[in-house]
Design a protein around this ligand. Structure first.
Ligand code: HEC
Ligand code: HEC
Ligand code: HEC
Ligand code: HEC
Ligand code: HEC
Length: 478
């Protein structure tokens, strides 16, 4: 007998005999049904007419269907095993399995079909696993599928300069090790999401974030930012007219100059500064250690710290300043000023700055409640205090209400415990401690020299809260 036929004789006969049971047959049906659906979906997806961005559909197609497929596949041997033990217990296993006639061409082709199907199954499971892993790497999966858990970060990410950078570029990166670590971690988090036990808010800083050198410097070269950056800010007051002022700051961003010297904000911190923080959020810095060019260290110790060397030690990198890269949650004042400078809420509405601040800083249980109360609160205010404005400028009131709701719902997520100020931004020092965690004038070396707080080392203040800075007129900036 030839090899294939021997195989068919010795293996297939018992297999077919035991395989003829309800569980295995259901398994077979499940497997083939999900296989057909999956292949159909992949073909449509490849041709490009899939067209659905629904993250839940993605979840069904990438995880549920393949899972069903595998379950079906597993049911087949389970059924065979059960039937075999059942028959064995009853002593009904035949000594000779029913004859199958290999000379019958229909039957022979049927068996060839089973062999081909098995091969196809391997291909399908392989492709499905690959696609599932690939899907888990997409921003939609990270951000939108875990809708509740990642809501705040996803919302901030979508409006950031990094909205086209996949989450994994910063959170996982390349290499087998980080891949495996991420999948292990990710699976744990998936389970937490499924069981609804994930932390609220999600902890920050991210402990296992890869070094900024690996993630940020793949796209940004700090040494390339040479020179100055002009920042123009508009602020509004709480008076009826919402009077505005301008502040102009020329930041000495620096970088590497033509003689290869590192200068300015970007130039002086990277690679040779370590610090110890006494809190989880790295907001209270008790000691800063700087490696000098001759290899010696200068330690700057905070005069407020009791045990300055106790705590997590960290080499300063991009993320110590840009801790909110891609997920910037604003300060309420800053957010409202920026929105008003862009035209909505319109500064033509009396007291809109004062009233708007009051509404966005209110306490609400959900974003939906906030949207309702902010909208009705603003309408009530104008209806009762400024009826004439309310009737003639109704469109502006509606627009202002929408803008206030947008400010609230991109920054505050009561369901996730993300409130104003939960995630301070370390770039700057006006809305959070930021640079002044070290540059506060009280981090001293042994000789009594402090890390500088001299305003002009970081920037030239070209105008501070000036009603109409002449410089803006000269520069032609409105
Ligand atoms: C350009 C880089 C970058 C990208 C892209 C990015 N993140 Fe982040 N992410 C960060 C940084 C930096 C932090 C803060 C790390 C720290 O302080 O340790 C962070 C923190 C987080 C946190 C912790 C909670 C918090 O708010 O600090 C979550 C959750 C998160 N990111 C989810 C996502 C998701 C989901 C995506 C994709 C939709 C994404 N991130 C894309 C850089 C990025
Ligand atoms: C895959 C490429 C990529 C990676 C990785 C990346 N960025 Fe960016 N980054 C960009 C692009 C593109 C822009 C937008 C540039 C523009 O709008 O001119 C940008 C803009 C920025 C800006 C200026 C705008 C803003 O949001 O303030 C900062 C700061 C920044 N990135 C910091 C970081 C940091 C810190 C990291 C590492 C955590 C990082 N980036 C990782 C591509 C990247
Ligand atoms: C000591 C704090 C600090 C560190 C460390 C730092 N930055 Fe910055 N960075 C700043 C400040 C301040 C600005 C200007 C902020 C603004 O525009 O409001 C800035 C601006 C930027 C910008 C925008 C530049 C532009 O033209 O608008 C990018 C991109 C950027 N940083 C990337 C990085 C990367 C990548 C690293 C790490 C290699 C890094 N930064 C390290 C403080 C820092
Ligand atoms: C973890 C501590 C730490 C933080 C946070 C920090 N710095 Fe520094 N910075 C230092 C140290 C240390 C030096 C070097 C001081 C020295 O050599 O005397 C320095 C030096 C500087 C210098 C050069 C000063 C000079 O005399 O030439 C500038 C400019 C500067 N920092 C800007 C910033 C800005 C802007 C931020 C916030 C975005 C910031 N730093 C955040 C620790 C810090
Ligand atoms: C260690 C560096 C550093 C020092 C020292 C420093 N600043 Fe700043 N300051 C910054 C940075 C960075 C920003 C820009 C923040 C941003 O991009 O929004 C800023 C912004 C400002 C602004 C703009 C206001 C705003 O709404 O953001 C004012 C005003 C200001 N600084 C005042 C001062 C004064 C006054 C001093 C001296 C007592 C001082 N700063 C010292 C780094 C510094």
């Amino acid at each position: 007998m030839s090899q294939p036929n021997q195989f068919k004789e010795h293996w297939l006969r018992p297999l077919l005999f035991f395989g003829n049971n309800t569980i295995s047959l259901i398994g077979g049906a499940l497997t083939s049904a999900s296989a057909i659906l999956l292949i159909g979906f992949w073909v449509i997806d490849t041709i490009g007419h899939g067209g659905s961005n629904n993250p839940y559909l993605g979840l069904v197609l990438t995880f549920a269907l393949p899972a069903l497929f595998v379950v079906g596949l597993l049911l087949i041997p389970v059924g065979i095993f059960l039937r075999r033990s059942e028959l064995k217990k009853a002593g009904k296993i035949p000594s000779v399995f029913p004859q199958i006639d290999l000379r019958d061409p229909i039957f022979r082709h049927g068996i060839d079909f089973v062999l081909v199907a098995t091969f196809l199954n391997v291909v399908i499971v392989g492709t499905a696993s690959y696609r599932a892993v690939d899907h888990m790497d997409s921003a939609e999966f990270c951000g939108a599928t875990c809708h509740v858990a990642m809501g705040p970060e996803w919302t901030a990410y979508k409006v950031s300069s990094h909205s086209h950078v996949p989450c994994v570029s910063c959170h996982i990166g390349s290499g087998v090790q980080s891949f495996v670590e991420a999948k292990v971690n990710g699976t744990k988090q998936l389970v937490e999401v499924a069981l609804n036990t994930f932390p609220r808010p999600i902890e920050s800083p991210v402990k296992n974030l890869r070094p900024a050198r690996d993630i940020c410097e793949g796209c940004h070269t700090p040494a390339k930012f040479i020179g100055e950056k002009l920042i123009v800010k508009t602020s509004y007051s709480d008076d009826e007219k919402n009077s505005s002022t301008r502040t102009l700051v020329l930041l000495h961003l620096g970088g590497r100059d033509s003689l290869s010297h590192l200068t300015g904000i970007h130039g002086v911190h990277l690679g040779h500064i370590e610090y110890v923080s006494s809190d989880e959020k790295r907001q209270t810095i008790s000691m800063v250690s700087k490696r000098n060019e001759d290899g010696s260290f200068t330690d700057f110790v905070s005069s407020d710290a009791k045990n300055p060397t106790v705590g997590a030690r960290r080499v300063m990198d991009c993320i110590d300043c840009h801790n909110r890269a891609s997920h910037t949650f604003q300060d309420p004042g800053e957010a409202l000023n920026r929105a008003m400078a862009e035209g909505a809420p319109s500064a033509s509405l009396p007291f809109i700055h004062k009233k708007g601040m009051e509404l966005i800083k209110g306490t609400y249980k959900t974003q939906a409640e906030a949207a309702d109360k902010i909208t009705s609160g603003l309408n009530d205010f104008y209806r009762t205090s400024y009826p004439a404005v309310y009737s003639s400028e109704r469109a502006y009131v509606d627009q202002a209400a929408k803008a206030l709701v947008a400010i609230y719902s991109t920054n505050v997520f009561p369901e996730m415990g993300v409130t104003w100020g939960l995630h301070p931004n370390n770039v700057g020092h006006t809305t959070s401690t930021g640079c002044f965690r070290c540059h506060d004038g009280s981090h001293m070396d042994k000789k009594g020299n402090a890390i500088t707080q001299d305003c002009s080392t970081c920037h030239n203040l070209l105008a501070v809260d000036d009603v109409n800075p002449k410089l803006l007129v000269d520069l032609g900036i409105k």
